[in-house]
Design a protein around this ligand. Structure first.
Ligand SMILES: Nc1ncnc2c1ncn2[C@@H]1O[C@H](COP(=O)(O)OP(=O)(O)OP(=O)(O)O)[C@@H](O)[C@H]1O
Ligand SMILES: [Mg+2]
Length: 304
């Protein structure tokens, strides 16, 4: 059994103006795992993530990082272990140059200048931002800032990486790059990943397990389990991945599919298997209920 990287017990949080943002949240994230947190706007995702390295402290409940209570441990120890990439990159970048922003954390850890330079170089390279050292972070484009914010956290070399909406407002190439980087960090370096996101198309690729948060934990399970529960999704303003919808359409045309693919990779796997067992073909046809079933799907997803 792997050890728990993050353990959250009965965490509740109320902002000073009386807004109740979290209620009795329980969560366990195992070492090396990738967990996604999904939920509507205002569900408390950001509030929750800010508890994971002690930026916010719950009025009730406990947060532990590798068994150490965040409230009691030395702040420096927690920051070394849990790196948070904020939803808004402007909250992360505040120095005159990108180099300074990336060097800030490692310098505060008391690392030697040479090692700080090495870490900055490595983080810039990983995010394909080499050559941006002397740029002013505030003049970067939004997409560049998102990547720079992740680079600033990576230069701390955390064991747990917490990302708040990492793919929001990225162009398709930057988004694919970011998904690849996060997967690499997990697979190659064993970094534990916690992501809050509205990008449902990225969830199956980026997460082994999903929590639906809406002030409380509403549900937990694999992407397959969560995305198959349409009522749960509807109640929490959540979408399903486009690939999933497409295969629901194919099913109306007679495609045989019990578990619907959630990503391009899963779709390729499924199609290959189906072609193989059907002697090199995929059989689709229009049967007497096809029209009716397609119309039901249209209204289910609000396409009229
Ligand atoms: N500093 C604050 N003071 C008072 N209320 C706040 C503060 N920050 C957030 N809230 C409220 O707490 C609730 C949870 O907000 P939070 O930002 O955690 O949601 P979220 O799930 O991250 O939303 P989004 O998907 O829009 O990023 C919301 O009702 C929000 O208005
Ligand atoms: Mg948020």
């Amino acid at each position: 059994m792997k050890r728990e990287a993050i353990t959250v017990r009965d965490l509740s949080y109320t902002y000073s103006d009386g807004t109740r943002a979290l209620e009795d949240v329980n969560m366990a994230v195992y070492e090396g795992e990738r967990v996604a947190i999904v939920g509507p706007n205002g569900a408390g995702k950001t509030t929750f993530l800010l508890h994971l390295n002690g930026i916010l402290r719950g009025s009730d409940g406990e947060v532990e990082v590798f068994g150490k209570c965040v409230d009691k441990a030395k702040r420096e120890d927690i920051i070394r272990e849990v790196g948070i990439v904020f939803q808004d990159p402007d909250d992360q970048l505040f120095m005159p140059t990108l180099f300074d922003d990336l060097a800030f954390g490692p310098m505060n850890l008391g690392l030697k200048e040479e090692e700080v330079r090495e870490r900055v170089k490595k983080a810039l390279l990983a995010l394909r931002l080499s050559g941006y050292e002397n740029r002013c972070p505030h003049h970067l484009s939004y997409g560049e800032k998102k990547k720079a914010a992740l680079a600033a956290v990576m230069s701390m070399e955390p064991e747990v990486l917490v990302l708040d909406e990492p793919t929001a407002n990225l162009d398709p190439r930057s988004r694919a790059e970011l998904v690849g980087i996060v997967k690499d960090l997990n697979e190659r370096d064993g970094i534990t990943i916690v992501i809050a996101t509205h990008d449902v198309n990225a969830v199956p690729e980026l997460a082994d397990r999903v929590y639906v948060l809406n002030k409380k934990i509403i549900a937990e399970g694999t992407s397959q389990k969560i995305f198959s529960d349409f009522e749960l999704l509807k109640e929490n303003n959540l979408e399903v991945p486009e690939v999933f919808k497409l295969f629901e359409v194919l099913r109306c045309f007679g495609y045989n599919c019990e578990e619907l693919p959630l990503s391009i990779d899963e779709a390729i796997e499924h199609l290959t298997r189906t072609v193989e067992v059907n002697g090199g073909h995929i059989h689709l046809h229009i049967h007497e209920h096809t029209h009716e079933e397609v119309n039901k799907l249209r209204s289910k997803y609000g396409h009229h």
